[in-house]
Design a protein around this ligand. Sequence first.
Ligand SMILES: NC(=O)c1ccc[n+]([C@@H]2O[C@H](COP(=O)([O-])OP(=O)(O)OC[C@H]3O[C@@H](n4cnc5c(N)ncnc54)[C@H](O)[C@@H]3O)[C@@H](O)[C@H]2O)c1
Ligand SMILES: O=C(O)C(=O)C[C@]1(C(=O)O)C=C[C@H](O)C=C1
Length: 734
Amino acid sequence: MQDSKKEFGNVLIVGLGMIGGSFAKSLKLQGLATLFGADRRAGELTLGVSTGVIDHPAQLDEATISNMDIIILATPVRAMESVLTEIKPFIKPTTLITDVGSTKGSVVAAAKKVFGEAPANFIPGHPIAGAEKSGVLAANPHLFEKHMAIVTPLPYSDPELLDRLHRLWRAVGADVVSMDVDHHDHVLAASSHLPHLLAYTLVDALANAERSQDIFRFAAGGFRDFTRIASSDPVMWRDVFLANKDATLATLDLFTERLDEMRQAIVEADGASMYGVFTRAKSARDHFLRLLEQRTLGKPQEKAVAISVSPASAINGEIKLIGDKSLSHRALIMAALAKGVSELSNIDLTGDVKVTMQALKDMGVVIEEFGYGAVRVHGVGRRGLRAPIAPINVHNSATSLYLLAPILSGQTFHVEVIGEETLLNTPFTHLLALMREAGASVTSAAADCLPFKFAPAELTPVKIELPGPPSSRLMSSAVLLSLFAEGQSQFSTVLHFDDQVRALFASFGVGIDGESDISVSSNELKGTALDLPADMQQTLWSVLLATLLPGSSLRLSGVSSQGRMVKVLSLLQGAGAKIDWVGEPIDVFAAQSVQVSFAKLSSFNLDAVQSYEMREFLTQLATAAIYAEGDSQFEGISHLPYFYEDRITTFVDGVNHIGGAVEWHAGTLLSKGCTPQGGDLDSAGNELVALAFLLLAARCRNGATVRDCQKLLAQIPNLEEIAAQLGLKCLVQS
Ligand SMILES: NC(=O)c1ccc[n+]([C@@H]2O[C@H](COP(=O)([O-])OP(=O)(O)OC[C@H]3O[C@@H](n4cnc5c(N)ncnc54)[C@H](O)[C@@H]3O)[C@@H](O)[C@H]2O)c1
Ligand SMILES: O=C(O)C(=O)C[C@]1(C(=O)O)C=C[C@H](O)C=C1
């Protein structure tokens, strides 16, 4: 009867319908077992044999049962007790008995009733895959692939048989997870049972309604999508609701309450409440779908993208660049924590900012997007965020982590933060130390790396010195943390607080007093309207293009005349750049226009303090130095965090590869003015190196191709468009 070479030996399916048939067909097609089928409908067994789903029809008698290695119960759940009673006298203790039923508590109860105590070889299971079809003709051998199978082992389940059950599910393509029986029934009541109840009830209610003929005649996509599952097998679903009564009632009550609220919103024409529910639900569903896509398709591979730049002549015109990325992150967060509505314009919603925005949406913040760079954020107040349904994923965005972590530590719910790629191996020691100083309850994986788990905690004001010269992200973390500690927090730093960030916080009502001894008070935030100033990297890039390309004349509007922007432009002015501020400064960011034209730059030097201040601009400034007359020198780079040095060494290798003349000695960059020939530049996937290389390429004798620009394009998706607007020929090649 048995082919000993087959991994799972003799397998009997009791209830050869859609699920049992799918299981049998998958094992049979792979040659992993000899398949037996038993069903109270003889016709299903005949079909099972003729369609190649099973090898042999079988009876639940001693000859069959005592010969099986695995028995899978795949009948409706309420039939399982009678099947177990029938097979009990013949079961060998070494035979694995499992099931696929949609409820687990009732199946365990049935086993206890039949056996006194569920035996060690009885281990329940449940595939989270299915269809609205039934019967063996609906068997699909691929049904379980890349879907989850839940196993609910009992305390005394046989470990070897549990291992066999795991292997069995993996063999049909499922990912196996273990769960407690009660938890399973509550989760499935909400995720599967309630939707079936709603679909059946909706169709039935409408079928009996007045005008039912027309309702069905004119029902299109929405009705069809929503009610597909009302075509499922009625016996199976009657059994599910009889078997999982309490958990279903609990989730039904919650839903009924929310449906009543929605009804009330319609009665009162309360558009804001409806909009809130709809956007939160959309965001939650989109989030699920992304997770599901990742499960079924795996993570998409990032494709290497190159950008070739033809030698450019002059760039001319007038341009308003999208808002600064770092301000965009902060503006969204502040608007979410404020009370009332904020209107944000010229906000950059691409790249990492999307990560921050998604996290806020996942925690219930309604963010309406209109057109290019304009959003309306419905603030929920400092402690009004809601627990997300899944961990917050900051992907590869350290900025999102620095800004979200302090606000999560001040919430009233538990939440986990996960990340991806390089972020997973990065220790966030200073950030964690800062939060713990305020009494935050945050635990991390080894070595202060992600994932982080936050629990509610009462935060207290801190009085500390921020370590080293702190990053501007850490300074913002400190301010955000202070908003959740009742009282006044004080930080001293060796650096001045960035003026633009200070202006942004102030416009939401956060007073940051002092230059390097900073005090922040926790108070309520109020929504506001903000027009963000142009992105600093993109502004510097455009200014340098116009400076380096003879015949250029460019006007940039909406450039902040505060903080680092002014400093970097002053530095270039000092080297001979023709940069003029035009008009009066407006708004909280003191935005103005900037007029730039070609200039012959003279060499310029940065001491260690300036290198620190200009650290984000070093690769672009080094490019300017390459085309300046004479030797320029940037000192103290090796004192910066390692990734700044990595950027510079990648930059130096690339420049020299295409005929430039830069040297790198003991943490100092030396550039001898020259015009490189051009060729291939490898940015090693770093977006700031890539941006500098595009600048370098524009003035090379023969142009150049910059490799590995995918991260740059993720940060500035409309780069080709900006270049075209300026008259620069950039071609993106994927
Ligand atoms: N349909 C789904 O999407 C889905 C998904 C996961 C799990 N499940 C579970 O799988 C099981 C089977 O569902 P299905 O969709 O395959 O249903 P189905 O109707 O296609 O198959 C059930 C089979 O069991 C047989 N049967 C009923 N009582 C029996 C008895 N006492 N003895 C022998 N055979 C009997 C029926 O004749 C039928 O062929 C159910 O417990 C269900 O809860 C279903
Ligand atoms: O896709 C469908 O048609 C299903 O109904 C599958 C579904 C579900 O609700 O997700 C149905 C019952 C289960 O026990 C598991 C899966």
